[in-house]
Design a protein around this ligand. Structure first.
Ligand code: FES
Ligand SMILES: [Fe+2]
Length: 363
């Protein structure tokens, strides 16, 4: 199995916030290397499934998000209350219709963030480690999704992730956007395969303006600077002053490994009241625009990176600002080695069983 498939199948992935799936029939959809994944509110319970109808394989949802029952448009099979409703059931005489199932995946929560996993090698909290507490805090401070932006990055996903993991490119690539914050070197915190970068704003005028906005928010968690959290393997969350959070997924695509399914969601944090929310309208609008611009700039630069430029080897010329890249590569190596060890174990037991069988045949 390729690294992409292994990571997609065996790790938990942050899908979205509880508020995005608040009502019966709310759904969000993702593309990944093993196909599509839909998160869906089934009468109050969030379920994940592969967007495929068990009847003849039609896709249930084609939009990225929305609200409608999980009904297949082809012949009307519906997923509801954990079971399938089949129209004209009496016409299915020659098969065991009761055996028909939607292909569901595992779902778990970290605070108000919902994660999905196909065949996870560990529990969600085990995978998240100490980062879980931070994610819980963030999730409880999120009010609503302001923006959902998705397109394909024309580059291999680890290169897109590595770009998001290092601030060294900010001066050259984001000269009129992110660079205006004048981020300091800050501090990297490593937690298993996850990592966090906390960086103070060097632009003191902007920092003071941002600090003054605090009174318009009703939040009980804030990092007073720029924070970028990497959740292994495909997800980043970034925020300035905790007033909004940008959640980004870089899912590997199935086609030729040269494409990344990129989704960014921008969440506004809880505001003090309606009046404060109105006062923040323009601030949030400009945050949406700024985020979109930054990702476009990142995408343009990522297009220049051929797939062959990536490997799990340590960087040959790493700057101090690129330490998270080596940490990421180490994690990818570790995943590859573990799965090789498992494969080796399986192969050995098959070999042993075969030789035992051969011996007993001889006997
Ligand atoms: S393919 Fe979905 S109901 Fe027939
Ligand atoms: Fe960037």
């Amino acid at each position: 199995m390729t690294l992409d498939r292994l990571l997609f199948e065996q790790y938990w992935h942050l899908g979205c916030h509880r508020r995005e799936l608040a009502n019966d029939g709310d759904f969000v959809k993702f593309d990944g290397v093993l196909g599509e994944v839909v998160l869906f509110n089934d009468n109050g319970e969030i379920v994940a499934f592969d967007n495929t109808c068990p009847h003849r394989g039609a896709r249930i949802y084609s939009d990225a998000h929305g609200n409608r029952p999980a009904t297949c448009s082809y012949h009307g099979w519906t997923y509801k209350h954990g079971t399938i409703i089949v129209p004209e059931k009496e016409r299915f005489k020659s098969c065991e219709l009761d055996r028909a199932r939607f292909n569901t995946f595992q779902v778990d929560w970290c605070g108000d963030f919902v994660f999905f996993a196909i065949k996870p090698r560990s529990g969600l909290y085990e995978q998240l480690g100490r980062t879980a507490e931070l994610l819980e805090n963030i999730s409880f401070n999120v009010d609503q999704r302001l923006d959902l932006n998705r397109y394909n990055y024309e580059c291999y996903w680890p290169l897109a992730v590595e770009n998001a993991l290092e601030p060294y490119h900010i001066a050259a690539v984001h000269s009129e956007t992110l660079a205006t914050l004048e981020l300091g070197d800050g501090e990297n915190v490593f937690d298993e395969m996850n990592s966090i970068w906390y960086a103070p704003l060097g632009n003191t005028r902007l920092a003071n303006q941002l600090a003054r906005l605090r009174k318009l928010f009703n939040i009980d968690y804030q990092y007073g600077g720029y924070m970028s959290i990497y959740i292994f393997p495909f997800t980043m969350i970034s925020s300035t002053y905790g007033y909004s959070y940008s959640l980004q997924n870089f899912f590997p695509a199935a086609q030729g490994q040269g494409l990344t399914h990129f989704t960014s969601r921008l969440y506004a944090s809880n505001t003090l009241n309606d009046n404060a929310a109105r006062m923040l309208d323009t601030f949030f609008e400009s945050t949406v625009r700024m985020n979109r611009k930054v990702f476009e700039e990142d995408h343009e630069i990522c297009k220049l990176l051929p797939k062959e430029s990536w490997s799990t080897n340590a960087l040959r010329f790493p700057s101090d600002a690129e330490v998270k890249i080596d940490h990421f590569r180490q994690s990818c190596r570790a995943v590859g080695e573990t799965s090789e060890a498992v494969l080796h174990q399986i192969q050995t037991s098959i070999d042993e069983a075969t030789s035992l069988q051969a011996t007993s045949t001889v006997d």
